[in-house]
Design a protein around this ligand. Structure first.
Ligand SMILES: [Fe+2]
Length: 167
């Protein structure tokens, strides 16, 4: 304790709850949702054992739900993709956990390597595909939870294009 200060706290500071910042119960900003995705990505014990690869359809698993948001884990074998779609009223954060995904939008094509993140607002349209030769795994946070994934036109990149699953 600093003896030059007039202010001294006796006892356990953690017992004085009203002096502490309340812990956030759930993310509420873009940065916090991106941070949530990064923290899950960094802790493989939360997701690695759950990943499955399915050659017949993109595999997906709802990893977590919170107040108004959902976190989905997806796997992509080479060639699997979504087709061009948006996410209805949901915003989202896409994070590549393993492998590499290619995102196509009306503005161009972007290769997303492991660790890459894309944040998108409601109405954002993209086509996501695994154009690589190795499987890929990705994490998707949606706020609010994904209830609609409208497909756009006939720009489909894979037979799974009519799937209405998270992406
Ligand atoms: Fe998507």
């Amino acid at each position: 304790m600093n003896s030059d200060s007039d202010l001294q706290i006796a006892g356990d500071i953690l017992a004085v709850q009203h002096l502490l910042q309340p812990a956030k119960e759930h993310p509420s900003t873009v940065a916090e949702f991106a941070g949530l995705a990064r923290s899950i990505a960094a802790d493989r014990s939360q997701w690695a054992h759950l990943v499955e690869y399915d050659a017949t359809t993109r595999w997906y698993h709802r990893l977590r739900t919170g107040p108004g948001y959902e976190v989905w884990l997806l796997s992509w074998v080479p060639g699997q993709g979504t087709g061009l779609h948006d996410h209805g009223d949901s915003s989202g954060v896409l994070t590549v956990l393993e492998g590499e995904l290619t995102e196509r939008t009306e503005k161009g094509t972007r290769v997303l390597a492991s660790g890459a993140q894309r944040v998108f607002a409601p109405g954002y349209a993209h086509d996501v595909v695994n154009d690589a030769l190795e499987p890929a795994v990705s994490l998707h946070v949606y706020y609010p939870g994904l209830t609609d994934m409208p497909m756009h036109g006939d720009r489909c990149s894979a037979p799974e294009a009519q799937d209405v699953v998270a992406a």
